[in-house]
Design a protein around this ligand. Structure first.
Ligand code: HEM
Ligand code: NFK
Length: 273
């Protein structure tokens, strides 16, 4: 027998599976409060979602920076990966929907006023996608480091801001006010920007890279909206029209945020093509 290649007898080199992945730490992080059977699922879904969001932020930040430095191909690679991660996040609603309203009610009291509204990674993702709203940072008033990180994310250009700069570098007429603006403020749609995208879509052979960029952005927005819709419908079937623990009206609030779009001209341009 070739003992050299038998992992059972090969001398240990580098970290083990468990030490590399810090499994002792990771698997000690599930602490149900209610003693109900389903709370383990509730915790695991949220923790897994936060891990996937961590990866999305890692990829989207790098994609934004790649676009900023005219390296569109690596940005496409990262955006394509984010789209697949988003698919994974959307899939989690199917699992969560196996919690019945009564089972959720049995654990809900223990959640107090905690809510997904307090997910700083989710808010950072929204900011990176261009949905800037300074008021969303207020809920982190008791966590100054988180507040500082989010304020930084609010102030920096979004992936869409960088896409518009890429359009300008390619010679398209993006208004100056969309290129050098206060990035902490919400983006306001511009008919001239819509014209730029129209040029890209009307003659993709002249701008294959910008066409690809536009479509990758549309893919991200599409999946982000599917996630929001899946959340809305899951919340509807689990708590109906109860108010949210985070202090919002619940389902009516979630229905309203679906109206917020990230890349407005990429949607409106479709009506003029
Ligand atoms: C039974 C499961 C769930 C219920 C009943 C639920 C309910 C709600 C409600 C009512 C809100 C509105 C804020 C509030 O007043 O609390 C909210 C917000 C939110 N939830 Fe959930 N949620 C569930 C699962 C999840 C999961 C698995 C995630 C994944 C991380 C999540 C992430 C969020 C986020 C990010 C927000 C803020 C959305 C925004 O402000 O646009 N939720 N949720
Ligand atoms: N907002 C939810 C509570 C909730 O879902 C939640 C609570 C603690 C940690 C994560 C949560 N998930 C998403 O909002 C509710 O109103 O029942």
């Amino acid at each position: 027998m070739d003992t050299q290649s038998d992992p059972a007898v090969a001398p240990a080199k580098g970290p083990s599976y468990a030490s590399y992945l810090r499994l002792d730490d990771l698997l000690a992080c599930q602490s149900p409060l209610s003693g109900t059977h389903d709370e383990m699922l509730f915790i695991v879904i949220h923790q897994a979602s936060e891990l996937w969001m961590k990866l999305c932020l890692h990829e989207l930040t790098a994609a934004r920076d790649a676009i900023a430095t005219s390296r569109l191909e690596p940005a496409f690679k990262m955006m394509a990966r984010v789209a697949r991660v988003q698919q994974q996040l959307i899939g989690s609603w199917e699992i969560l929907a196996t919690i019945t309203p009564a089972d959720y009610s049995a654990m809900r009291g223990k959640l107090g006023t905690s809510s997904g509204f307090q997910s700083h990674q989710y808010r950072a993702m929204e900011f990176l996608m261009g949905n800037k709203n300074a008021a969303m940072i207020d809920v982190f008033a008791d966590a100054p480091p988180t507040q500082a990180t989010l304020t930084d994310a609010l102030t920096q250009p979004s992936i869409y801001d960088e896409a518009l700069r890429a359009l300008a570098r390619a010679g398209l007429s993006v208004p100056e006010g969309r290129l050098t603006r206060d990035f902490s403020k919400p983006y306001v749609a511009s008919p001239q920007v819509e014209m730029c995208w129209r040029t890209v879509y009307a003659e993709p052979e002249r701008h294959w890279d910008l066409y690809e960029l536009a479509e990758k952005l549309v893919d991200l927005e599409y999946r982000f909206q599917l996630w929001r819709f899946g959340h809305l419908k899951t919340v509807e079937r689990v708590i109906g029209f109860k108010r949210g623990t985070g202090g919002t009206a619940g389902v009516p609030y979630l229905a309203r945020v679906i109206d917020q779009v990230f890349f407005p001209e990429l949607l409106t341009v479709r009506a003029v093509l």
